[in-house]
Design a protein around this ligand. Sequence first.
Ligand code: SF4
Length: 234
Amino acid sequence: MNIGGFAKNSLIDFPETIACIVFTQGCNFFCPYCHNPDLVAGSSKGAGLSFDQRQVFDFLKKRQGLIEGVVITGGEPTLQKGLVPFCTAVKQMGYRIKLDTNGSRPDVLAQLLDKALLDFISMDIKTGLDRYSLVVSDTFDIQRIKKSVALVMKAGTDYEFRTTCTRPFVNPEILNDIGKLVSGARRYVLAKCSRNVAVLDPGFIKSDDHFFSDKEMKALKMSIDPYVQQTIVR
Ligand code: SF4
């Protein structure tokens, strides 16, 4: 595992679970509003810090009984060759695991689910399926996103789908299309994009045009509400 960051304690990143956070290095998407630019290969800042995996295991050994879970986020964790053995070892230590993913590697997601290694999945849906070229290369196989959505919804593991709401990635019509894709889903999170952090494309946050007001976020919620059991605006 190529680990670019580690947070010892979080009460907000894993529902009902006190967790630490492992940030993996590298991503195959290029979201201009990305809040972890140092973890995305090719960003202007290049690779971030590197943590030895053993440091994480040492920490987890010491904290057994004190924290309950591990959030694995990124970057995109499913790009990591060592993800399955890493999760296996973490699980053997008795921790719950939450995976944050952009859904681009359904093959890896399937392996993790087959081995019952995940307790919670948070999958980002970036935009409508016909607009993914805004964040990935034209050669990206969009069927992968569809496969990951189907895997997440069938798995029996707790989950949420999540979209960071900015233009041109989201509007009510796009969310209506996404709603059809995830119809029947348990929970959909619409995240308002913060402008007060470093992002992958600093020019992106300079323009007001990309951002939604609270009132507009409510309208976006109404577009996805009919398709899912619960919508949360954060
Ligand atoms: S927001 Fe997530 S998927 Fe997009 S570039 Fe950043 S780490 Fe990758």
